[in-house]
Design a protein around this ligand. Structure first.
Ligand code: GAL
Length: 360
């Protein structure tokens, strides 16, 4: 026993020294995965801000795992952070991790994805996700002529609250156009069963999302699209419309539809303005994307964190209910990008460098 105590005291001393050597970390940032360009971009855009501050910032990725996410949070707590900026891998599972931080008096900022069913979230910095879904759906509606157009629906991961917000936005615009016969849904019996209902409950959305979820995963999206096309009749093909929730899944689904000889043309949505999807838009393989200017979001989150550290008042503009509390929020706007404005919105604006692309 005595030996154990001596060992533990020694261990604590070593850990403290290690912490002192590197200095206290003031702001901890936890991002869900570096396997998706979206979050690698957020990391880079956060790093671009670090020169502006003398505060110590540490950025960790959770490898798409709630367990890794929790140990990331624990490690940041041990390094003395005062503010945690976190994009949850799974918005429900992350509650336990942020409760640990909250118990240490750390201010918790949910970044892009809301953490649900807990009172341990202080602020939410996000894009207008309902507007993202509305913009995607509006794009499809604007290009559809006549009636009886086949519509394929896809959604994000059910563990991500944003998947519900995107779908809610899309449903707001698509439902009246399904009800009036402009579109019919090919690939979700749940959506068909609910097509006369303008507003869906969370459970109803979960039922639809359960049938059309990509899990935000390229391969899942590809396999799902493949299964849908295998089941579809010739009449469900021809000129089709596809609601894809983000760029990664849009490219996977687009590739699959391109390979089907019975598909004459397809319109497909996306979001994130990922470099690969901007190239797809230039080449006419993806119809649109929704630009969520990550530079704006990182700046908002960073300013908020600094204000917390300096004891300033925190300005918020709205709130999101997370199932337990109303979380005060700051919200950034989004922009539709397609072939008509891609050069101006993405390249001339300096969002991505021209060298990234092959322009015709
Ligand atoms: C969402 C996020 C999107 C997209 C997706 C997949 O929560 O808002 O921008 O990247 O996750 O990671």
């Amino acid at each position: 026993m005595k030996k154990l105590i001596v060992f533990m005291v020694g261990l604590v001393a070593v850990m403290t020294l290690a912490a002192c050597g590197r200095g206290q970390v003031h702001i901890g940032i936890v991002l869900p995965t570096n396997e998706e360009p979206r979050w690698v971009q957020d990391e880079q855009r956060f790093r671009d801000l670090l020169d502006e501050t003398s505060y110590n910032v540490e950025i960790l990725f959770s490898e798409g795992s709630s367990a890794t996410e929790r140990s990331n949070v624990e490690s940041l707590i041990a390094q003395g952070i005062d503010v945690l900026i976190i994009t949850a891998h799974d918005g429900g599972a992350a509650a336990a991790a942020v409760e640990l931080a909250k118990a240490e008096g750390i201010t918790v900022i949910a970044y892009d994805r809301l953490i649900t069913d807990t009172d341990a979230v202080d602020y939410y910095v996000t894009f207008d996700s309902v507007a993202v879904g509305e913009a995607q759906a509006q794009y499809l509606v604007d290009q559809a002529e006549g009636t009886g157009n086949p519509l394929y629906l896809y959604a994000g991961a059910a563990s991500d609250n944003n998947a519900f917000l995107f779908f809610e936005g899309a449903w707001n615009i698509l439902q009246p156009k399904i009800a009036d016969g402009t579109f019919y849904v090919v690939n979700s019996s749940q959506a068909v069963a609910l097509q006369d209902q303008a507003e869906l409950t969370r459970d109803q959305m979960a039922n639809i999302i359960g049938q059309i979820t990509t899990d935000w995963n390229f391969n899942t999206a590809m396999n799902l699209a493949d299964a849908h096309l295998t089941n579809a009749s010739a009449a469900d093909k021809g000129d089709v419309f596809i609601l894809a929730p983000n760029d990664g899944t849009a490219r996977a689904i687009a590739n699959t539809f391109e390979d089907d000889t019975e598909i004459t043309s397809y319109l497909i949505t996306g979001q994130d303005a990922e470099i690969a999807s901007i190239q797809y838009i230039i080449d006419g393989r993806q119809s649109m994307t929704v630009l969520k200017d990550v530079r704006v979001l990182v700046q908002e989150a960073f300013n908020m964190a600094i204000n917390v550290l300096e004891g300033n008042t925190i300005e918020t503009t709205g709130s999101y209910h997370n199932g337990e509390i109303d979380v005060p929020s700051v919200q950034a706007e989004v922009l539709v990008v397609d072939q008509d404005n891609v050069i101006e919105a993405i390249i001339e604006s300096g969002y991505w460098d021209e060298d990234e692309f092959e322009l015709e």
